[in-house]
Design a binder for this molecule. Structure first.
Ligand code: SF4
Length: 347
């Protein structure tokens, strides 16, 4: 069978949903604030950035048109029919969607499980009860520092005390797994070693790690990928701490590639608390697609310009021409395109 055709099993597929471009924060490393995502919502972005200190109601009130409408969501999901996993957490903060609780219920009819990725600052008992009622299995909390000062520099508009309170609540009340997701970059190599201590204090037992995917927005704020020396140093201390506190460390698929990956694997080969799965080919074109809040398809979470489609049937969403192109590239000897190189090593 043609490589670009196989593996279209619904139960293997993850559909990412961007529910809204609204966010209660304005983080300097946010991937979704770069030019790639230019859309009719640009003015809203500016509004959010100019108003990070205002309260959420004011911010959300002004930009309410940036949401995926419920009727559109239902149309999309009923055309796709069913997938293995729905991931709520691209673009803005999913909990900023005015009908987020209803969305969790709707998505439960079209998926085996759901994963919610959030900055955690708006998370409440209500949300957690809804997750327990429906098929949410994992809550991933974005957090890149163990202390108030650095956290609030990197999560602009955030509040560390509130984050900790909500993370503890999720660890205690949510029946599925609560994880921390940390993005390492030049702005936090000095502090990530303590993330396992923070996780332990919050009652959380897993941390997933990614490296910054450099983009025009992070560049504007002077953030870069960590250099190798600082990266290895902070990982060494972090993994040692994680072992002591019984915290599992999961490396994102793209954490490292080529020589850097080999180095990291060799350095940490004695540790059993880490999960680092090198890939021989990128799995995303076969397993993932996402739909942004304006209805455009964003095929595999690489730097591919989102595009509109006429019909949201399963084949169009998961096997678009862009998906087929990427499957072909990763199945053959062709040189990898720049988007894939950017994705893996952040050049
Ligand atoms: S851009 Fe390339 S490397 Fe990145 S997720 Fe897509 S296929 Fe994979």
């Amino acid at each position: 069978m043609e490589p670009e055709k196989y593996c279209l099993e619904r139960s293997c597929m993850t559909l990412g949903l961007g529910l809204t471009r609204k966010c209660n924060l304005s983080c300097p490393m946010c991937y979704y604030r770069q030019k790639l995502f230019s859309s009719p919502y640009n003015s809203a972005d500016k509004f959010i950035i100019d108003n990070i200190n205002k309260n959420l109601d004011e911010v959300c009130g002004e930009v309410s048109s940036c949401e995926l409408e419920l009727s559109k969501l239902v149309t999309i999901l009923s055309e796709i029919k069913k997938v293995g996993t729905i991931l709520l957490g691209l673009e803005g903060e999913p909990l900023c969607h005015s009908e987020f609780l209803k969305i969790v219920e709707i998505c439960s009819h079209y998926s085996d499980k759901q994963i919610v990725v959030t900055n955690g600052l708006l998370l409440s008992r209500n949300h957690i009860e809804q997750f327990n009622r429906y098929n949410v299995t994992t809550v991933i909390l974005s957090c890149d520092a163990d202390n108030k000062e650095t956290y609030e520099q990197l999560r602009r508009g955030g509040n560390f005390i509130k984050f900790c309170r909500n993370a503890k609540l999720s660890a205690r009340l949510f029946n599925g797994e609560t994880m921390i997701h940390t993005v390492i970059h030049s702005g936090n190599t000095e502090v990530v070693e303590k993330m396992p201590v923070l996780a332990h204090n919050l009652g959380i037992t897993r941390i997933s790690l990614a490296q910054l995917r450099e983009n025009s927005w992070s560049e504007k704020h002077g953030l870069r990928r960590a250099d190798e020396v600082h990266l290895v140093d902070c990982l060494t201390k972090m993994i040692r701490n994680a072992e002591y506190y019984g915290i599992k460390i999961i490396f994102d698929n793209f954490f490292a590639f080529g020589e850097q990956l080999i180095n990291i694997k060799n350095i940490f080969s004695d540790y059993s608390n880490i999960l680092l799965k090198p890939f021989s080919r990128c799995p995303y074109p076969w397993l993932f697609s996402s739909i942004l809040s304006d209805g455009r398809i964003f095929p595999c979470c690489g730097d591919i310009k989102p595009f509109a489609i006429d019909s949201y049937n399963f084949e169009s969403v998961f096997n678009s021409p862009e998906h087929r192109y990427l499957k072909k590239v990763w199945s053959g000897d062709e040189k990898l395109p720049e988007v894939c190189i950017n994705c893996m090593i952040g050049k």
